[in-house]
Design a protein around this ligand. Structure first.
Ligand SMILES: [Fe+2]
Ligand SMILES: [Fe+2]
Length: 174
């Protein structure tokens, strides 16, 4: 419970900062968010590979590895799409995102090693925020098939993370 509240507080603070910094610059904001969104999935994969190498392969190991690989590829597709809309065009945004992703990757490596369920919970909350962000964009800017497709991908990630938490805990947290 304490860790879940901490996840919520960290997320709220980060989201407020990014929303403030990127007010009126939607595609740059989406690009930064998608750059960062890939980090947890390859952090989870890194830890799963390391555990496997150490002989600590769990029941759901292969299922989780496949899922996190697919999610990291999917987030990279989102990133490429935001690049095609000019989201990564400026040096300052790229520098900000690449520093953020480096920090966020290592936080997730440590977090996932210590407590996979709470690491999943943090990403679960972030994916909900991503879906809400795209839904707000659609509400303001009208129909956009590609953004709707990305929104649905984020909702699928929410579901998959919920299932991953269930597989560890026997129930969905969050
Ligand atoms: Fe995404
Ligand atoms: Fe996602």
């Amino acid at each position: 419970m304490v860790m879940e509240r901490l996840n919520g507080l960290c997320l709220q603070a980060s989201v407020r900062l990014i929303d403030w910094l990127y007010e009126g610059r939607d595609y740059q904001r989406f690009w930064v968010l998608e750059e960062v969104a890939r980090a947890p999935y390859f952090a989870f994969l890194s830890v799963l590979h390391l555990k496997e190498s150490m002989g600590l392969r769990g029941d759901k190991h292969l299922y989780l590895m496949r899922e996190h690989f697919e999610q990291s590829v999917n987030e990279t597709e989102h990133l490429e799409y935001m690049e095609s809309r000019g989201g990564g065009a400026y040096w300052v945004d790229r520098a900000f995102a690449k520093h953020l992703v480096l920090i966020y990757y290592w936080i997730n490596v440590v977090y996932y090693w210590i407590s996979p369920c709470f690491a999943y919970h943090l990403s679960y909350e972030i994916e909900i925020h991503a879906a809400v962000t795209y839904a707000k964009y659609l509400a303001i800017n009208g129909e956009d098939e590609k953004i709707l497709e990305i929104l649905n991908d984020e909702l699928r990630h929410v579901y998959e993370l919920g299932e991953a938490m269930k597989s560890i805990n026997g129930k969905v947290r969050g």
